[in-house]
Ligand binder design. Structure first.
Ligand code: ATP
Ligand code: MG
Length: 311
């Protein structure tokens, strides 16, 4: 069920004209999943996630030690698709020193006074680290495309096709720059159905522990559902490249979505074929000298330790 094949299929190859209708939101809608049953699928997904988390901790350690690449993970989705939960569950086994999460909200006045990539550039991961963007510069061709009136000062009031084409081009060039300079870029679109979003919003309204998650703004944006889907289709079509691919993750079932994301991250970092730094013969010789010194000191310290008096 959680198979490499499934994860591979969620990858959008460069040049594909994306129609979201052709990508499932419900991972249980397959013959295999139906045959296994919901509980078995959940259990398999939970086990797969556990396994990937162990691998992720190991590859992150290697990423840090080899100090050659950084990893940028981008998460985009409609509200309530589970970005936060996915990030929390997938990254929970990783050394906190090795990763950093940035959540991007509505830009400030200062941010709007700069070019649209500025605030994201400042948050890029340093070499050896995993950086996570919970929302990203893709908001600037998604929410802003749905609400062009939110473009900053000095921007066109009625931007046309050309304006958006330039932004896609800027994003592709930016990602080209990142990947050419040692950043692995992986982009996830958590693909949620409108029906499941309604269910999750209702849960936020009825369960007191989830009240805090509800926002009127989410309901207002739901009114623009079709515009968002269209904006996603156009953005994914224009910006899924060999070097920085998009993965469309069926998000109606959280366990499966998390397991798929974790597997894709592990596999992508493993494909970098990183190795622990190798020491030169001289450096190895120095290690030998240090070891001998340390052992000698330990021996003489043991000899100097007073013996307990015989009784
Ligand atoms: P949560 O799961 O906590 O709701 P969230 O990512 O939805 O997380 P919110 O504070 O609810 O966080 O929403 C952030 C809002 O900021 C979103 O509506 C998003 O579209 C908006 N936003 C992010 N980037 C931009 C941008 N560049 N321009 C305009 N709006 C943006
Ligand atoms: Mg929100």
């Amino acid at each position: 069920m959680i198979s490499t094949k499934q994860s591979e299929q969620s990858r959008i190859s460069a040049g594909t004209k994306v129609k979201l209708k052709n990508y499932p939101t419900d991972s249980s809608d397959t013959d295999v999943a139906k045959e296994l049953g919901e509980d078995a699928v959940k259990e398999m997904a939970a086990n797969a996630l556990l396994e990937s988390r162990l691998h992720l901790d190991a590859v992150q350690n290697l990423l840090y030690a080899s100090d050659t690449y950084s990893v940028l993970l981008i998460f985009q989705a409609m509200d309530a698709a589970g970005k936060d939960g996915t990030i929390r569950h997938v990254m929970s086994g990783v050394n906190p020193q090795g990763c950093q999460v940035f959540s991007f909200k509505k830009p400030s006045v200062e941010e709007l006074d700069h070019n649209f990539l500025w605030r994201y550039m400042k948050a890029l991961p340093e070499r050896g680290r995993i950086g996570i963007f919970n929302r990203s510069y893709y908001e600037d061709v998604l929410v802003v495309k749905v609400h062009p009136e939110w473009l900053g000062p000095g921007q066109p009031t009625n931007p046309g096709k050309k304006f958006w084409a330039r932004r896609y081009e800027d994003i592709n060039n930016f990602e080209k720059h990142l990947t050419r300079n040692g950043t692995l870029v992986i982009k996830f679109f958590l693909h949620l159905s409108k029906k499941e979003q309604k269910k999750r919003f209702l849960e936020r309204l009825t369960n007191p522990d989830k009240h805090w998650k509800f926002s009127d703004a989410d309901l207002a944006e739901r009114e623009h559902w079709d515009d968002y889907q269209k904006a996603f289709e156009e953005a994914l079509t224009a910006t899924s490249t060999e070097r920085a691919p998009w993965y469309v993750i069926p998000a109606d079932h959280k366990d499966v979505a998390r397991a798929m994301v974790a597997e894709i991250i592990v596999k992508s970092i493993q494909d970098l074929k990183l190795e622990y730094p190798k020491l030169s013969t001289d450096q190895l010789g120095n290690l030998e000298i240090a070891r001998a010194k340390l052992e000698k000191k330990q021996k003489s310290a043991a000899a100097a330790t007073p013996q307990a008096p015989e009784t």
